[in-house]
Ligand binder design. Structure first.
Ligand SMILES: [Zn+2]
Ligand SMILES: [Zn+2]
Length: 353
């Protein structure tokens, strides 16, 4: 098969011929029909993550937002058949540990690969074929009529936004949510917030991103380069948002997001930090204590929650395809990843091999 391989951090991915993946007894091999290109791929490509002891090593095939068709099925797999259409979550789970058994496979602690496309035992989907371990638990079965590009756009962004706002922050109809950073996950969060009936203030420093936020239904937008986002959000929301989400992961947006919430509000961290923060951001903890502000983390989505998300998709309440600004070939992936260095991408780009 052909695949885009990380040879050296920050150097263009090598698109080359590699052996096809072998199928585990519990796994399936999927022919990739589409795979989203995500800022997490960029972080891996740049070698970020060493501070957390999880920098992606050379030799890795990146790509963690695939949809495709099953072409090989392991002997022990019971629920997936050859020819099935599936989406693969990036957060892989063992299916049998305590977290998996209670519906929290996204924080699985089992002896098992945990991140598709980020570790050698889970090679990614910037490739013609990808292997999915523990397929009975991890595979998200798709209806025949869903477009693979839409599902790839759903990718980690929609799943993460949905898990973050619904399950983690408990965002409810009528509440205000502030979204800091209107890239793929931020724009997905705006759509999810709309579905949940919440009102949205979106913050970015790029006019194109703010325009996209407005198009997707943000009730108000704040240009962070022109005014203080915290003051602006407090004004717009009569004292602060109920929930605020940092989709970017730099110290300033994280602190701005925390300080955007009203008393007893919740901040959800979705963006991972950069080289500058190395995984650590200082926070106004006295102020948070005084106002009983919660700091929540959110990672992907438990595969067991996929039905909720798919029913939203079927109802036309969300339209991930509207986030897709570009489809590119496997050969173009190295260049599009590099374009993220200058934040030179808007919305979601999807690889179609
Ligand atoms: Zn598990
Ligand atoms: Zn992603």
């Amino acid at each position: 098969m052909r695949a885009a391989v990380l040879r050296e951090h920050g150097e263009p991915l090598d698109v080359t011929e590699l052996p096809d993946p072998t199928c585990d007894p519990d796994g399936v091999v999927v022919e990739v029909e589409a795979c989203g290109i995500c800022r997490s791929d960029w972080h891996s490509w740049m070698g970020h993550g060493e501070w957390a002891d999880d920098a992606v090593p050379a030799g890795q095939i990146l790509g963690h937002e695939p949809a495709g068709r099953v072409v090989e099925v392991g002997d022990r797999v019971e629920t997936i058949r050859e020819g099935d259409r599936v989406a693969l979550p990036f957060n892989l789970a063992c299916g049998s540990c305590g977290y998996c058994q209670t519906g929290h496979g996204n924080v699985c602690t089992g002896d098992h690969p945990h991140a598709l496309g980020f570790e050698p035992s889970a090679q990614g989907a910037f490739a013609e074929l990808v292997h999915l371990p523990s397929a009975d638990y991890n595979a998200i079965q798709l209806p025949e009529d869903v477009s693979p590009t839409d599902v790839a756009a759903l990718g980690c962004r929609f799943m993460t936004a949905y898990n973050a706002l619904d399950a983690r922050a408990g965002l409810r109809a009528g509440q205000w949510v502030a979204v800091h950073g209107c890239g793929g996950v931020g724009l997905s969060a705006i759509q999810v917030a709309n579905v949940l009936g919440a009102r949205v203030v979106a913050v970015d420093v790029r006019e194109s991103a703010l325009d996209a936020a407005t198009d997707l239904g943000a009730d108000a937008v704040v240009d962070g380069s022109a005014e203080d986002p915290v003051d602006a959000i407090r004004g717009l929301t009569d004292g602060g948002a109920h929930v605020s989400l940092d989709a970017l992961g730099v110290a300033e947006t994280c602190r701005n997001s925390v300080r955007s919430v009203r008393p007893r509000g919740s901040h959800v961290q979705v963006g991972l930090t950069t080289e500058a923060e190395k995984g650590n951001v200082s926070l106004p903890t006295d102020w948070m204590t005084r106002h009983e502000v919660s700091f929540l983390g959110a990672r992907g989505m438990p595969p067991t929650s996929a039905d909720d998300l798919l029913s939203l998709l079927a109802s036309d309440a969300v339209d991930p395809g509207s986030l897709v600004t570009k489809t590119v070939s496997l050969d173009e992936v190295p260049e599009r990843l590099a374009a993220m260095t200058d934040y030179d991408t808007v919305g979601v780009e999807v690889m179609v091999p």
